[in-house]
Design a protein. Sequence first.
Length: 365
Amino acid sequence: MAYNSKGIDWWLLVPILTLCLISLIVLYSFTIYNQDNFIFFYHQIVWIIIGLIVLFLVSLIDFRSIASDYQLIMILYGLEILLLISTLIFGREIGGNQAWLSFGSFSIQPVEFAKIILILFLSRYFADNSLNIRQNKYVLRSFSIVLPFLLLVGLQRDYGSALLLLGIWFLMFILAGAKITQILSIILIFLIIFSVSWFFLLDQIHKDRIISVIFPDFDPFGVSYNQNQALIAISSGGLLGKGFSQSTQTQLGFLPAAHTDFIFSAIAEEFGFMGVLTIIVCFAIIFQRLFKLSLNSDNNFVKLFSMGYLIIIFLQVFINIGMNLSLLPVIGISLPFVSYGGSNLLALFLGLGIIFNIIKNTQNA
């Protein structure tokens, strides 16, 4: 295992820092022809530095004191609910979602921290009830943990994050030892809820985004425009790309949200298949290290938290790349460690700090 005495897994940290570096390179390329974009580059540097500080500080806290303290977990859970309520009342609306709290020129998205708190809470709950999880009442209790987050995030109209939170709960429930009948029953319930939502809850814009995935020419200059431009950017990159700051789709403004939702397409256009391959290899290494940490641990909390952190990253990567390839509807999910945005970075570095502390303490045990 590539650990040093301080519990740093370099095989995990280096690919994460590589992804952060790729993010900065791409964001800086956006400033060459438009100096107004420099603010994204500057903010991302600040967020990465703060994230590394958070990583260092959290890694000093013994995870066993967190994992065993239900009161602390409940306090964090309660604070997150208050943050989400505050966002509903005082939040700023961006892209139709009232999901941001603004502090001067900086904004945070509280739901990003809900993901880490959720896997922390679920890891503790499932570890304590591993022998009872096949009883339906324990399934309902575990769902009650994520339910307040789902309701508050749904009221913010951030349906992408709500689906992500639901996916985290469902996959962690499966890993905790769910019965096949429970899994199939939950899938059936989800399908029923989706069918009802289609007719009574979903806005037309959300229906159109789903339809456009099945029929790409449904509205080429409307709801399908972003993904069509993303496909053009990806296909034009070739093997080595058009070169740093030489992309046309991105630099000329044809590709919307190139610094956030569609940064994967911007990378593919400027750095081609090799740039995309670098990103995929980095994520593959991250997944392998987290899976190995979970597999090698005898502690149920460690197993579940490590896999929960892996699930967060995997779902975001899967959904974001799927959006860029027009395989999934656009739901505003960023590419971890690469897309511009401080909240997602800080939350991921927070979770990584706990992972490094787990490594340090299990190594020294």
